[in-house]
Design a protein around this ligand. Structure first.
Ligand SMILES: Cc1cc2nc3c(=O)[nH]c(=O)nc-3n(C[C@H](O)[C@H](O)[C@H](O)COP(=O)(O)OP(=O)(O)OC[C@H]3O[C@@H](n4cnc5c(N)ncnc54)[C@H](O)[C@@H]3O)c2cc1C
Ligand SMILES: NC(=O)c1ccc[n+]([C@@H]2O[C@H](COP(=O)([O-])OP(=O)(O)OC[C@H]3O[C@@H](n4cnc5c(N)ncnc54)[C@H](OP(=O)(O)O)[C@@H]3O)[C@@H](O)[C@H]2O)c1
Length: 469
């Protein structure tokens, strides 16, 4: 028999999670530049019947060009040694031992499945939502379709200054015509289009120079068809520490440009559009107010202090209350632990060295690798995962060369299919996904929409079966 990774002994790898990081990892393995003669077989699993992770369930519906990155993943999926198994959940349908019995290596690419908490009073009042929930709902994630967002109030508050907060603010401000041209979930379309919200207040705990928005996303907020962007000139003004930092070599071009854009917004006269997006800085939420539902938010003014590790927001005694009927907490996603694997509770990530998973003593776990948000934490754009996946795959292939991979007793493909037919008989293959994809696109076509998403597991499985039957 030849060595592992050659013709008669293919390298068998399972990738758990089919978002950008999982697909890039699969792509790097199937077309390895460092190992051009490698024969690898890659099986990608996802707990959902559909692939692409946050490209389908996170990226805002009014950003169709970004979703087009899925074409790259389609090319990977077309490789003869690639297989997809949707509707198969690690921890529910498959265990660590199941995978280790069948694969030389497993790459965990499960992303960050929950939200960070503010830990302030009132956080769990009805009307207080994690942005993660709102985003998943308007994008048609099957686990979130039953949520009911009451957008009948006049003012919404969005906490956080990242691109997800920008997405949430924009989605609350789009017109019916704009929404109707997107793949926003049907159950969200009418709710968003009929929203009574007239003002969306976005709260940043630090200043304009520290906002985490990227430039195009911040610019977009100033180009809304039916919403004025409003920045109080006092809010756009930089404190002394930020001014010094911005002039230093440490300041990024993005931060400099953001400050310039925000200065421009502060100088604008509102045009009297139907809605306003108000950007506030240097304020932190102290409590969400209300008896049985959110009625307001108490915030305090912050000042920045240099504590050696960057400029930190520190609270002051200046307090204010903003009446509002709904709050979206957009302060970041968070990873959750996986059965049988170590977890860093503080960071919400799986500990690793160059992608090789480490146990609590810092020793590598044979055959276990990690990639994407569950490896790095919940930051970075889609492209960041490509480089990240390269690092993990390089580590895995170095372990292949060194004979350090897992030695599965049963590395044959048919054995896996048998296991799946027992544990996850309703799994969706790539052909099944193509059937879903084509059903959704056909439903969208007559309405000039990219697709009409199927949003229950049942509908998705029915559509998948139509083609495969
Ligand atoms: C709201 C939002 C909007 C964004 N918009 C943009 C944008 O416009 N442009 C941009 O460049 N970047 C954007 N990003 C960032 C980008 O989406 C991420 O960098 C990227 O998706 C992270 O990839 P990932 O593979 O680590 O995780 P994910 O994309 O989250 O993929 C993880 C996958 O793992 C699956 N999974 C989870 N648990 C299990 C399990 N137990 N068993 C099996 N499968 C499992 C999930 O179903 C999911 O499909 C956005 C992020 C968010 C949150
Ligand atoms: N169009 C796009 O390209 C796009 C769209 C969406 C998301 N993404 C990417 O996806 C990643 C995740 O985005 P994200 O917006 O979830 O995260 P993010 O960029 O990390 O932003 C999180 C924001 O929450 C703030 N925050 C954290 N804890 C807080 C607290 N306790 N109180 C108040 N504010 C708090 C942070 O402020 P501090 O800075 O002070 O910590 C920051 O402004 C990012 O890399 C983003 O660029 C990209």
């Amino acid at each position: 028999m030849g060595s592992l990774g050659t013709g008669d002994r293919p390298l068998r790898v399972a990738v758990v999670g089919s978002g950008p990081s999982g697909f890039y990892a699969a792509g790097h393995l199937l077309k390895s530049k460092s190992h051009p003669d490698l024969t690898a077989q890659v099986d990608v699993y996802d707990r959902l019947p559909t692939p692409w992770g946050l490209v389908r369930g996170g990226v805002a519906p009014d950003h169709p060009n970004i979703k087009a990155v899925s074409r790259v993943y389609e090319k990977t999926a077309a490789h003869p040694e690639f297989r997809f198994f949707g509707n198969v959940e690690y921890g529910r349908d498959l265990t660590h031992a199941d995978l280790h019995e069948r694969y030389h290596a497993v790459i965990y690419a499960v992303g960050a499945q929950t939200d960070r908490r503010l830990d302030i009073p009132g956080e769990d009042l009805p009307g207080s939502w994690a942005a993660t929930e709102f985003v998943a709902w308007y994008n048609g994630h099957p686990d979130y379709r039953e949520l009911e967002f009451d957008l009948s109030c006049e003012r919404a508050v969005v906490i956080g200054n990242g691109n997800v907060a920008a997405d949430v603010a924009r989605m609350l401000a789009l017109t019916r015509e704009e929404l109707a041209a997107t793949d926003v979930a049907d159950h969200a379309l009418d709710v968003l289009a009929d929203s009574g919200i007239r003002e969306i207040v976005v709260l940043g705990r630090r200043g304009p120079a520290q906002a985490a928005f990227t430039n195009p996303e911040l610019l977009e907020l100033g180009e809304m068809t039916d919403a004025d962007v409003v920045v109080d000139p006092r809010d756009a003004e930089l404190d002394e520490l930020s001014r010094g930092w911005l002039e230093s070599e440490q300041a990024s071009a993005t931060a400099r440009k953001n400050v310039e854009i925000l200065g421009g917004y502060a100088g604008r006269e509102p045009e009297g559009k139907r809605r306003r997006i108000v950007l506030r800085f240097l304020v932190s939420p102290l409590a969400l107010l209300g008896e049985s539902h959110v009625e307001g938010i108490r915030i305090c003014r912050n000042e920045l202090r240099d504590e050696g590790t960057g400029l930190r927001a520190c609270t002051t005694e200046t307090i204010e209350e903003i009446p509002c009927g709904i709050v979206f907490r957009s302060i970041g996603y968070r990873g959750i632990p996986l059965e049988g694997l170590p977890f860093d509770e503080g960071a919400g990530t799986i500990p690793h060295d160059g992608g090789r998973i480490l146990d609590s003593d810092g020793a590598p776990l044979r055959g276990d690798y990690v990639v994407g948000w569950i490896k790095r934490g919940p930051t970075g754009i889609i492209g960041t995962n490509k480089r990240d996946a390269q690092e993990t795959v390089d580590t895995l292939l170095a372990d292949l060369d060194a004979g350090l991979l897992n030695e599965p007793p049963n590395p044959d493909r048919e054995a896996l299919e048998e296991l799946l037919s027992e544990r996850a008989p309703e799994h969706v293959t790539y052909e099944g996904w193509e059937a879903i994809d084509s059903a959704e696109k056909s439903a969208g076509e007559p309405h000039g929409r990219p697709r009409v998403k199927l949003t229950t597991t049942e509908e998705l499985l029915d559509a998948a079966r139509d083609r495969v039957r």
